[in-house]
Design a protein around this ligand. Sequence first.
Ligand SMILES: Nc1ncnc2c1ncn2[C@@H]1O[C@H](COP(=O)(O)OP(=O)(O)OP(=O)(O)O)[C@@H](O)[C@H]1O
Ligand SMILES: C[C@@](O)(CCOP(=O)(O)OP(=O)(O)O)CC(=O)O
Length: 403
Amino acid sequence: MSVYQATASAPVNIACIKYWGKRDTKLILPTNSSLSVTLDQDHLRSTTTSRADASFKKDRLWLNDTEEEIKEGGRLATCISEMKRLRREVEEKDASQPKLSSYYVHICSRNNFPTAAGLASSASGFAALVASLAALYKLPASPSELSLIARQGSGSACRSLFGGFVAWQMGSLPDGSDSLAVEVAPQSHWPDIHALICVVSDDKKGTSSTSGMQRTVETSTLLQHRIAHVVPARMEAISAAIQARDFDAFARITMQDSNQFHAVALDTDPPIFYMNDVSRAIIALIVEYNRVSVANGGKLKAAYTYDAGPNAVIYAPKENIKEIVELIVKYFPQPEAFKDPFGLFGAAGVGEGKLVDGFNPAVAKPFGVGAVKNLIHTRVGDGPRVLRAEEALLGTDGLPKAA
Ligand SMILES: Nc1ncnc2c1ncn2[C@@H]1O[C@H](COP(=O)(O)OP(=O)(O)OP(=O)(O)O)[C@@H](O)[C@H]1O
Ligand SMILES: C[C@@](O)(CCOP(=O)(O)OP(=O)(O)O)CC(=O)O
């Protein structure tokens, strides 16, 4: 008997131009275009195995070993049924294809980082779901076509169907068929872009992105200004900066857009605060680090950005990461020396940290151990990967294997 099963992994992406607001909440159509950097799956990823079998009694999904309910009409159900629809098209064109679209699926997924903690698990999670079903169903669909479906799981997920630098074009059609992700530049165009994630909190967050952005759409006048007058020009400018590998322009726009996203959150009624004192201290450190560089005739060396939570993501060319880690560790001591996967610091790692010459230490007060709980050093990465059969998360019985 044939086994119909496929496993895929997908990356996290962190936006430089933020998606915040929907014009259609069911189809997940945004009020503005957005642009992100895909992070390396070698460090942060969702891995998903999908299997279709005539003996299965219903569609089931396990996330990190716990079964999730697939609510009728919900986001998971929509993605699964849309993927079955694409499979049906394949079967209608070629009668020799097994009728997998009529079978129920079992799906097992794991994230190798905290779920629902503002580390974009919904993005990698829905991208991995769509990528694994596309492999199971042997769909001829392009990443942009698959992004149309991932988008209906979680908007930001559509951007995780590509590696490198990715735009989500908002589109204008009411059915959403032109609201999709496109590659701005592949990972290989600018592999030198690294990211340092400062995990300020890995708790579940207070106001979810989904509910927060709707409140912003309903109450913020600043959002209307952003949509009409700010984002279109920024999309153009940051795409040009990426094409030219102009980090100074990339960093300036990224920080401006993070600031404006948090400004529209604050302009929401009642106001939404995602950053905390630790987040703001990290901003002050990056601003001062850049000031010293510019004062010495240089350019911006790092860019911060924050999603719907207090964690900082710092983008920088690889050559600056050592200084940045030393700076962060100086103000946010770590329980153990920080060792990074790129071996920038040798076997001993970074212990006490230090400041670059000319840095004004008074821009922030030092915090205690635990204020930044964890540092994750990663870089721009590739798009979803189809994995070997041995990496499957479902056992021969179609149920999750023990972790
Ligand atoms: N691997 C996965 N497979 C399927 N769904 C997932 C997966 N990982 C996360 N999700 C879905 O995404 C939800 C978490 O999304 P949520 O937006 O709350 O957090 P986040 O993505 O970590 O944060 P943010 O999107 O604001 O950065 C989970 O509750 C689950 O429904
Ligand atoms: C701040 C953001 O991370 C918001 C992400 O929102 P989601 O994609 O999580 O929202 P839903 O579409 O409702 O699932 C900015 C971004 O990723 O562009």
